[in-house]
Design a protein around this ligand. Sequence first.
Ligand code: 5GP
Ligand code: ZN
Length: 115
Amino acid sequence: MTDSCLFCRIVRKEIPSRIVHENEEAVVFEDIHPQAPFHVLIVPRRHIESLSDMKAQDADLIGRLVWTAQKIAQEKGIASDGYRVVINSGTAGGQTVLHLHLHLLGGRQMAWPPG
Ligand code: 5GP
Ligand code: ZN
């Protein structure tokens, strides 16, 4: 947890967000600039800067974040048509907020390759 990190501040509810789910280790909230009809961010409460900073002991946590993505997709009705889960890591990966997070996107046909 850091004082200046945007997502730490959202997790602590110092900055408002539209939370769709939370549990003891993660908060799921709507992306402020949605790239699909359904677009939420799955954010661990613990500050990990990026996927590159993941340690072996974080593997279970990140596995559970993916599991949470699958559960939210089912609950929100986007699973039957299909959906996308994305982790951007580092500058060339397109990461802009330096607190590890999963994007869960759905509700439209996705293109490949990404831009
Ligand atoms: P990244 O580019 O790091 O993978 O994704 C960061 C995401 O955070 C972007 O999709 C961006 O729209 C979203 N975002 C940035 N600032 C805020 C904010 O203040 N609130 C919410 N809900 N989302 C944000
Ligand atoms: Zn943080």
